[in-house]
Design a protein around this ligand. Sequence first.
Ligand code: COI
Length: 360
Amino acid sequence: ASSSNTVQAAAATAERPSKQQVNLQWDQLGFGLNHVAPVMYHAEWAHGMGWKGELRPYEPLRLLPSAQCLNYGQAVFEGLKAQRTARGRIALFRPDQNAARMAAGADRLCMAEPPAELFLEAVESVVRENSQWVPPQGKGSLYLRPLLLGSGPILGLGPAPAYTLVVFAAAVGAYFKGGQLTPIDLIVEERFHRAAPGGMGGTKAAGNYSPVLKTQLKAKQDGFADVVYLDAKHDKYLEEVSSCNMFMVKGKTLSTPPLEGTILPGVTRKSVMQLAEVRGYTVEERPIEVEEAMEADEIFTSGTAVVVCSVGSLQYRGNRRKFGPTEGSEPGPVALEIYNALTRLQLEEEEDPFGWVHPV
Ligand code: COI
């Protein structure tokens, strides 16, 4: 309750840049920072003090050069979207799942865990305060990026003495360049691995995302949208794409790699599994050999940023497999069905039997 009061007090007294007249270009949204929301949430934790949060203008953070996160990488993040729905309101999607995943990441990296209520209040207050930055229905969403940082100073290796929780936001459109329903071309990485058993691949740690840049940039230069990683132990099972999880379709069966510590436990991944099951698909979590994926009916990816994205082609050891009747030029029918089921539910165009839609 005390953090709630703090937020309200700050909202009441801030300069409220979010209330200024805005003229946003909704037709030109990509996945970037052209439309950053002017208000962010900022909370600090220190021993004996607990969490204290407030709304602030989107502005630089003040960190000492000795901040743990800058030196040793105590940093986890989240991604979730607020959208305008058919019922004329703004809703988040399963934010409780993001709160729980951030807490799990905090535990893995020995950081102070933001309580779920604080996390929810933070994301809700950022949405409310920046409601003008939530695009009209069908034009995109307000992407929220919560960060948990070991922000206190330290020199010897150890957990930070203080933590910062930030939630900033930006209006975004499709993640991949071609637009939401354009299939993507992927290449299987043969040299580097994303995660290893016993490592932190299953944690949404900032440190999991820069090791992929070298291969991702090379793949982009070669005309691919992103890179698929194989498991580090056998070098033959699908893991995930740099930015999203993977599904394989064969007939009425959907398969996805199991969560055994190296796979990011995606909120969209979990939702796709549940949606597919109620639509009559058999859903299995099991190791998928890349050779088997090359023979699948369809491959698609899932993630908050990418939503559900059909894979048009997959390249492995110089062989390129194009998927579907249109050779990868249109989304696969199952990917499209699941995409529609998910987005119609998120946009309240269909009943939400799961209680996933979280109006703000
Ligand atoms: C998300 O999908 O929200 C993510 O955090 C992935 C990121 C690479 C954009």
